[in-house]
Design a protein around this ligand. Structure first.
Ligand code: TYD
Length: 203
């Protein structure tokens, strides 16, 4: 039986990481085997590509190709074997981030991204994508209180509004897969909404 593949998305500062960890703990407590992973990353090769992506200047096509190269390795080494073993895979970002950041944020051609998506994923899609949505200005305030910014986190608020619009477009294209969570409230309020929405699905 194939396991469940769930991805988590949102602009930098949306606060998704703490909720992913809490969800992994909750399902492990219920006896599920949960694999917690992230993109770009999740394998030694993909983690080294992540370092480059986050800290080295490059043109948008190079950026898109590296993101998908990292994804291909991660899918083959980690995600597909885990799903085949029936495990639940929780992935911090996936291809919707590419459409949002490289597509929406950088303005890269989404048709090229869709071609790469097809090559790399061969039809594999998450069963559910939880999108933590909030205005870019609110996310910027939260980021200001956090650690030193990487190449994406240094972008101006207008960049993150384009990223957000990129997520919105993907949400409209894939309404059955997307679960939009209002991430502008307190951490407790966001967790309560997420938990209730998952319980409503019987998860
Ligand atoms: P992020 O997931 O926010 O990790 P952290 O919490 O450690 O900062 O950082 C990953 C960055 O990579 C984020 O700014 C978005 C970017 N990214 C892309 O531009 N394209 C992609 O396809 C993915 C997966 C991430």
């Amino acid at each position: 039986m194939a396991g469940r593949f769930i991805t988590f998305e949102g602009i930098d500062g949306a606060g998704k990481s703490t909720h992913i960890d809490a969800l992994a703990q909750r399902w492990r407590d219920h006896g599920q085997h949960v694999v917690l992973t992230r993109e770009p990353g999740g394998t030694p090769l993909a983690e080294s590509l992540r370092e480059q992506l986050l800290h080295t200047a490059m043109d948008p096509l190079t950026e898109a190709l590296l993101v998908f190269a990292a994804r291909r390795d991660h899918l083959r080494q980690v995600v597909q074997p885990a799903l085949a073993a029936g495990h639940t895979v929780l992935c911090d970002r996936f291809t919707d981030a590419t459409f949002a950041y490289q597509g929406g944020g950088r303005g890269f051609d989404p048709h090229v991204l869709a071609t790469l998506e097809q090559w790399v994923q061969e039809g594999l899609q998450p069963e559910l994508t939880v999108w933590f949505d909030l205005p870019a200005a609110v996310a910027a305030e939260r980021r200001a209180a956090a650690r030193s910014p990487d190449r994406f986190e240094q972008q101006e608020t207008a960049f993150f509004e384009r990223v957000r619009a990129g997520y919105q477009a993907r949400c409209e294209q894939h309404p059955a897969r997307f679960m939009r969570i209002d991430a502008s409230g307190t951490r407790e309020a966001v967790w309560a909404e997420l938990a209730a929405r998952l319980e409503a699905r019987g998860w």
